[in-house]
Design a protein around this ligand. Sequence first.
Ligand code: ADP
Ligand code: MG
Length: 563
Amino acid sequence: MIIGIDLGTTNSLVAAWDGEHARILPNALGNLLTPSVVGLDDQGELVVGDIARERLHTHPQLAASLFKRYMGSARETFLGTRAYRAEELSAMLLRSLKADAERALGQPVHEAVISVPAYFSDAQRKATRIAGELAGLNVAKLINEPTAAALAYGLEQREEATFLVFDLGGGTFDVSILELFEGVMEVRASAGDNFLGGEDFDDRLVEHFVAKVGAADLPDTSLPAIAQRLRREAQRVRHALGQAQLARFTLREQEREWSLELTQGDLAEITRPLLDRLRAPIDRALRDARIKVADLDEILLVGGTTRMPLVRKLVATLFGRIPAMQLNPDEVVAQGAAIQAALQARHASLEEVVLTDVCPYTLGIETSVQQGAGYQSGHYLPIIERNTVVPVSRSRTVSTLSDNQKVVQLGIYQGESRLVKNNIFLGELEIPVPPRKAGEVTLEVRFTYDNNGLLEAQVHLPINGETRKVVIENNPGVLAPEEIAKRLAALEALKVHPRDKQINTLLLARLDRLYQESLGDGRQYIAGLANHFQQMLDTQDEHRIREARGDITLRLAHLEQEG
Ligand code: ADP
Ligand code: MG
């Protein structure tokens, strides 16, 4: 059995094909979405998902989130006494999803298809594969998230189609344009904003609340406990406004209460600047793919934040039609990954889908441009443009700049800036040239970029037939095999918090958080609940524990929703 995994920035899911449908498999708490947060509990045991998320603010040094942003880099995050790379943190999450799948399917699982954003570089893709390996999963295939969404919608069954995937998640916005032609799915363009998602909408709501109620009157909103509560409340209000016309934003502290009524219209106005920012990446993707809105056969909505009616309305206005939204937008990517897994397992009887990759960034060299009488160096000459389908080979001709120049040094860069200093330096090519007058020696620079992210840069001198080349393995942060083995052993030694205790641990973690977020009487009340629950746990009487859990959960729901 091969499972499908959506390894998201905010939430992750695991799914499997049951013969008829791609079914999302529940985690130990019975939820379909597992927050992409990992951590250690007080005993040093691994906790994942909701429990880790509750502890993110009460035990910041023992929990990590948003690590998908650092995939493919060497950046490390401390958890307790050790620093971990993004691959390792992802592996902890994957391990937990694997265990959930095994529980739900009643059989061991060793293989997975994992989704990655279409813009992921080769280094990021390799890191994702390594994360799978560290979790004891053979990664049968990586699938691009928009392609997975398309599979979930069954678009691969069409003869040919061009469509746009609009994915607005918790912290990222991705637009992709896909083309299906003769059974081949091609990512024609991808664009987006890596810092735009549901959480930014929550931040706006908090700012608005503070401005309206008056910062002077409120408790210190820079206190992490208060800030955290405001953000939670903002998210609750934002979700509520998806259904209701009106929602009340409330903060209660000691004996005091601050409250603000908000309508859907208010929300639209408050978040207008964010909604406006959704346009540019759409335009860019259409331009890069050389496609007009009228050429699009479908618009697919992906990501939890597209549940907002405001976002749906905006999409409908921008495209002049209703987007596809029959499926749950936060589940489609996992479903598509499970469909791809099923295809993989039976060597694709459900119509083979070949994924074509694009080079996600522009590759080029440093050049000089004429300025008055002289030349100014530091300019960027693109050779392979962003979003070119790979493998690709492109060349440009340049020439010497000064009289009797003896050598030419070519700096190789990746990035989108006009000036190389703002781009990433990848390497250098040096070639001796015969001394001539400036501009008389021409050099042919050829870049070849393959599916494995290998860039071969070559410079050729027609004047004497000389050639020099350099191969750049563009993966600065990829772990070496012996490093992987070492980290695998370390991860395997890490004890996992017992599955059957998770629901109780989650409640304790939540009580902990609420305790930290409140003051005075509220705090006393929470402490009372926590002590009572701990006593019940100590009795080890399942029946009494369950009863207490139900009772406390109900009280907390009152507390969190009504202030
Ligand atoms: P990611 O792909 O970033 O891992 P998701 O696609 O699961 O994450 O999106 C998470 C975001 O979706 C959160 O910001 C959450 O507030 C938002 N979201 C989920 N459900 C709703 C809803 N009903 N209304 C508005 N936003 C929602
Ligand atoms: Mg996502």
